[in-house]
Design a protein around this ligand. Structure first.
Ligand SMILES: NC(=O)c1ccc[n+]([C@@H]2O[C@H](COP(=O)([O-])OP(=O)(O)OC[C@H]3O[C@@H](n4cnc5c(N)ncnc54)[C@H](O)[C@@H]3O)[C@@H](O)[C@H]2O)c1
Length: 313
């Protein structure tokens, strides 16, 4: 309804105006389609050098071609990164490092929803392994570059895309891989809750070591994208009939990620949950410091990184 009212406002919703980003570099995971595509397009329009990290080469190259054409920014590129493979994530980071360029914005956007029970290359449940652990490893491997790129007047930013489903998520620390009981809804919600806990813990760590990096988490709302391809046919029918009215377009869905990535209002602000470009409270359990720490420690073990200071490829 909020979205509908925004759309019905006379003259349409106000177009946000952000400062140009010439010379800044961003990585957007899953930037070849959906919300990620429009995030990349907007950042490129602002003059950023944007790297799409994705697992589909032809889709990625096609997105690059279209975005270059529409934004007249030649600094848009695709680099292969399969977030369901730790090896691929490490190779992606090596390729990125070989470019010797800074990194000002990392948007952890890619995701899958309601996939049948299956495992990533490394044997993790797919929602947890791809949506959460993939981004956990990627961010940690890029953290040193983010720290070197941020300054006191221009912090580097990590933006992680979660979802309102995190409110119903339960984190099963003793069964993060959903081995005891698998429910696609539960596994998706758990991965999105883990991303919120991860963001808050990351912010604690960068604050503690005085780095010029901020980490925030965003909820894009309900957006009409291919994310819903695994829902049951009845839901597909309802979505098909109502999406035009109640769902955000992918472009509208990207607005909070873009806001978090470049808004001057958020300069130096970290550890917050954003919905409709506004600071919002996430679920109570996400503020549990002990749970954040325990999940971080477990995640380091699972991705075989020793701690925040360890970046060995
Ligand atoms: N659409 C919604 O209503 C909604 C609501 C809340 C949160 N979200 C979140 O927004 C984010 C973007 O989703 P979307 O709606 O644009 O869906 P989408 O399906 O259009 O896009 C998902 C992106 O993730 C990429 N991806 C999937 N598997 C990958 C892998 N193994 N390695 C690298 N990239 C991979 C896809 O290629 C695609 O670019 C997701 O994290 C999703 O959970 C979406």
């Amino acid at each position: 309804l909020h979205q509908l009212l925004r759309r019905l406002r006379p003259g349409g919703p106000p177009a946000p105006v952000f400062p140009t980003q010439n010379g800044n570099v961003a990585i957007v995971t899953g930037g070849a389609k959906g919300i990620g595509y429009h995030t990349v397009k907007h950042l490129a329009r602002l003059g950023m050098h944007v790297i799409i990290a994705g697992n589909d080469e032809s889709e990625g190259q096609e997105a690059v071609r279209k975005i270059k054409e529409e934004t007249v920014n030649e600094k848009v590129e695709f680099l292969h990164c399969d977030l369901a493979s730790m090896k691929s994530i490490r190779q992606f980071v090596q390729q990125f490092r070989a470019k010797n360029c800074p990194l000002h914005v990392l948007v952890n956007n890619a995701g899958v929803m309601l996939v049948p029970e299956r495992k990533t290359e490394d044997g993790f449940e797919e929602h947890f392994g791809l949506n959460y652990l993939g981004h956990f490893l990627l961010t940690n491997l890029l953290l040193e570059t983010l720290k070197q790129s941020g300054t006191c007047s221009r912090n580097a930013r990590v933006i992680t895309v979660s979802s309102a489903t995190h409110y119903v998520g339960r984190l099963h620390l003793n069964d993060l891989q959903s081995r005891c009981f698998y429910s696609p809804h539960g596994a998706y919600a758990q991965s999105k809750l883990a991303l919120v806990l991860f963001t808050y813990q990351l912010q604690h760590l960068v604050t503690a070591d005085g780095s010029h990096v901020t980490a925030n988490v965003v909820d894009p709302g309900v957006v009409n994208t291919e994310l819903y391809k695994n829902v049951c046919w009845a839901t597909k029918v309802v979505k098909w009939m109502t999406a035009w009215l109640f769902f955000k377009t992918p472009e509208e869905g990207a607005s909070t990620s873009i806001y978090a990535a470049v808004s001057p209002e958020l300069e130096g602000v970290g550890g917050i949950y954003l919905y409709n470009e506004q600071r919002t409270k996430s679920t109570d359990v996400s503020y549990d410091d002990e749970l954040q720490r325990r999940l971080w420690t477990e995640s380091c073990k699972m991705t075989r990184i020793s701690d925040v200071g360890s970046r060995d490829l």
